[in-house]
Design a protein around this ligand. Structure first.
Ligand code: ADP
Ligand code: ZN
Ligand code: ZN
Length: 734
């Protein structure tokens, strides 16, 4: 039987393999390039994949082979350097190549053949021509002409409409008379240029930080910019970006969350007098496609984006900035599992350009890399403005009277600030009214039927809701177990705090910012803007408030309860907690007004907490690093998780136990496999989850075996009955 030449294609499916297809009829096999996109039938679906190899012979019988439906490109869709990066991601993180490649395509290119530059018409007046009496008998045309003439940079249709309605025929008459010229502008959202802001004079520390990076701006180097909250890290990024753009190169700024971008984008645009391109998951297909194009053509000088922006096809990238580098959001938690921060470091190295990792609370991984000399330390120890970093004061909750989680000491402090017309920010990392609904008579609690968790009570709506699977139901009025109506709400969520404060301070404007109150698009941004404008005096919120926001009028930050962070079983919990405390505290006293921070706790003697509060984050980090070294935990070792989920508990265990025995290296040292152990929330949405943990003293010990492991796991008979994934360098391990 003659075998046919075939195309090997990477498809966006969770399988570690390529798929063979015949070239479409009538297409010369030789003319098809590796790297082009193709549409192929896959089961009942049609998928877009990428040709990764051309083989003279198929491994399948000809009657088993399907045919490519359409070839979408003539040239490879990724340039060779970006392609190398994507294949590295697939190998290093052991994620299916087809899924990685797919993640790097803008949504538009996962379906359509081309994306076109969206263009807008721009109307400009031709001032060279004398109008004389041309418009004497056309007052409407004159009116339109005067309007357009008053804007030498030109006006878009929308902008003309903002001034007058029904103008089209008059503009076209003017075009006929050669008085107005219609051109197109290729920017999809050509906004009128912002007022250009003057550069700030860098402080001595900022200048020094800038120079440390600038000295080697044309080379690879990782700079860990550790700058206290409000130290002006952004100013350092801007100064560097300005220099890079002036050399005709592009800048990528990665941010953890899109909620942070409007303020930042505004600052970049007004300072550098450019238009920033955005990349994040809330963009429409069209908007994402435009950013992809603008990165590719070099038209975008600065791209601000979340994780996936690291895969944009920059034409001429000159600098990468990762702001808030410690943030968990850089680690993708679903789909393909990778760390955008670490991929960014690889990309910078690949392109021989500098990368700045900025944070007030650098991750222990990055600090360790700086100690090893892989990253260079750049420090900003003072706030840029007069303001001092506020001291954190502990409020011992033990045996104190606190109503709804608010101690009288904190309430007094709030009152003092309110009287002075200052803003107060209260932080609690729990949504809803109360995390537990309990029967006072028989100790029944409302639990989720599908998860190992309590249902959270919401007042007003009177519902109980599971935060893990989103299941919700009407709250019972009587105990379903004993019939008692003596149901009590245990613990506090943000809604309860808001409720209580409204009673105590009925005339004070307050706002709650958490995932419940900001579900709709743009509400977070709108609410943050209201806070900045001073519309609310009390701001109650979850960790959404911890990140990078500049609220100049906030003088008091109250951290209501972080004790669960001290009790967590994840070895990174103390690091996370310290970052949270420092970041939230950093929202206080950012202008000339002095700030203070009060932290309520039942564990005022906790050694790490004390270390953080008396000696600061750096000293705290050193101590935690010493502990990690003693226990050979990351960053002193390298970790990998194999997770399995199934509807039957024993299935995940059996699967993991069996693959563990085939993963176990014979006679190798420096690699340990633990488990299977249940995940901290073992049952979630009706599925059981457990995991294997691999810890190695060298990255090589894991990396060398990884491809083999995925093969072994994939071939296991149970692999089709459980949902499993591999995570390299996991950040959440409990
Ligand atoms: P960070 O990013 O480190 O939290 P920002 O860059 O947002 O800090 O700066 C904090 C505040 O200090 C901002 O209001 C900013 O305008 C101001 N600022 C920063 N650098 C300077 C400077 N050199 N001169 C005056 N103000 C500055
Ligand atoms: Zn009961
Ligand atoms: Zn649930």
């Amino acid at each position: 039987m003659p075998t046919l030449p075939v195309l090997k294609i990477a498809l966006p499916v969770p399988l570690y393999k390529y798929f063979e297809y015949r070239a479409p009829l009538g297409t010369a096999f030789d003319n098809i390039q590796v790297g082009v996109r193709v549409r192929v039938p896959f089961g009942k679906r049609i998928l877009t994949g990428i040709v990764v190899e051309k083989c003279p012979k198929s491994s399948l019988a000809p009657d088993k082979l399907k045919t490519v439906q359409e070839i979408l490109d003539t040239k490879p869709v990724f340039d060779p350097v970006l392609k190398k990066l994507l294949f590295w991601v697939a190998r290093y993180y052991q994620q299916p190549t087809g899924e990685v490649l797919n993640a790097a395509l803008p949504k538009a290119l996962r379906k359509q053949k081309h994306i076109r530059t969206a263009s807008k018409a721009i109307y400009r007046a031709c001032t060279k021509k004398a109008i004389g009496q041309l418009l004497d008998r056309a007052p409407k045309q004159r009116q339109v002409f005067e309007l357009i003439k008053a804007h030498p940079a030109g006006l878009t249709a929308d902008e003309i409409t903002a001034h007058m309605s029904h103008w089209h025929p008059f503009v076209h008459a003017l075009i006929d008379k050669n008085l107005v010229q219609k051109t197109t502008c290729s920017k999809v959202s050509a906004k009128p240029p912002r007022a250009v802001a003057e550069s700030l004079t860098l402080t001595q520390e900022q200048r020094h930080a800038f120079e440390q990076v600038h000295r080697s701006i044309r080379q690879f180097g990782v700079y860990l910019l550790a700058g206290v909250t409000g130290s002006g890290k952004t100013e350092v990024y801007l100064a560097l970006a300005k220099d890079v753009i002036a050399r005709g190169k592009q800048v990528l700024m990665l941010v953890p969350e899109i909620g942070l971008t409007p303020q930042l984008v505004q600052r970049i645009e007004s300072r550098l007098n450019i238009q920033v391109a955005l990349m994040h998951s809330d963009l429409s297909t069209g908007e994402g496609a435009q950013t992809w194009l603008q990165a590719n053509t070099g038209q975008a000088s600065v791209v601000v984006g979340t994780r996936s922006a690291i895969f944009l096809p920059f034409r001429n990238l000159g600098l990468i900035v990762v702001d808030e580098e410690h943030d968990l959001s850089f680690k993708q938690q679903e789909g393909i599992l990778y760390s955008a921060r670490d991929v960014a470091v690889y990309r910078a190295k690949q392109l021989s350009i500098p990368i700045v990792l900025g944070s007030a609370t650098p991750s222990l991984e990055s600090q360790h890399n700086a100690i090893l000399g892989h990253y260079r330390n750049v420090t900003l120890s003072k706030r840029a403005k007069l303001a001092k970093i506020p001291q954190v004061k502990l409020i011992d909750l033990r045996s104190k009277h606190a109503i709804d989680g608010l101690s009288s000491e904190l309430l007094q402090a709030i009152e003092t600030e309110l009287k002075q017309k200052h803003q107060v920010l209260l932080f609690l990392n729990r949504r809803g009214f109360a995390p537990v609904l309990l029967c006072h008579d028989c100790a029944w609690t409302a639990e989720c039927a599908r998860c190992d968790s309590h249902m959270v009570f919401y007042k007003g709506q009177d519902i109980i809701k599971c935060h893990h699977c989103q299941k919700q139901e009407k709250a019972p009025v009587a105990c379903p177990q004993c019939g008692s109506e003596n149901l009590i709400f245990l613990g506090e969520g943000t809604q309860r705090i808001e409720n209580r404060l409204k009673k105590i301070f009925p005339d004070t404007a307050m706002i709650r910012i958490d995932r419940d109150s900001t579900r709709k698009k743009h509400t977070l941004q709108d609410k943050l803007e209201e806070v900045r404008q001073g519309k609310h005096q009390i701001i109650i919120g979850t960790q959404m408030l911890a990140k990078g926001h500049d609220f100049p009028n906030v003088t008091l930050v109250g951290i209501l309860n972080v004790d669960h962070g001290l009790l967590s079983s994840d070895f990174r919990a103390s690091e996370r907690l310290a970052q949270l405390i420092v970041q939230v505290s950093g929202r206080a006293g950012r202008s000339a007004k002095k700030g203070r921070v009060l932290l309520q706790t039942h564990q005022p003697e906790h050694p790490l907490l004390n270390r953080l509060l008396t000696h600061g984050y750096q000293d705290f980090s050193k101590e935690v690093l010493r502990q990690r070294e003693r226990c050979v935990l990351p960053p002193f070792s390298f970790m990998l998780l194999v997770r399995a989920r199934a509807h039957q508990q024993d299935l995940t265990y059996r699967f993991l136990r069996e693959i563990k025995s085939s993963m176990l290296p014979s006679g190798s040292s420096g690699l340990n496999l633990f488990g299977p152990i249940p995940a901290s929330l073992e049952r979630k949405a009706g599925m059981y989850q457990s995991q294997l943990v691999a810890i190695a003293t060298s990255r090589k010990a894991i990396q060398a075996r990884l491809p083999n492991w995925t093969t072994v796991i994939q071939q296991h008979p149970l692999a089709k009955r459980v949902r499993w994934n591999i995570e390299v360098d996991p950040l959440e391990t409990a």
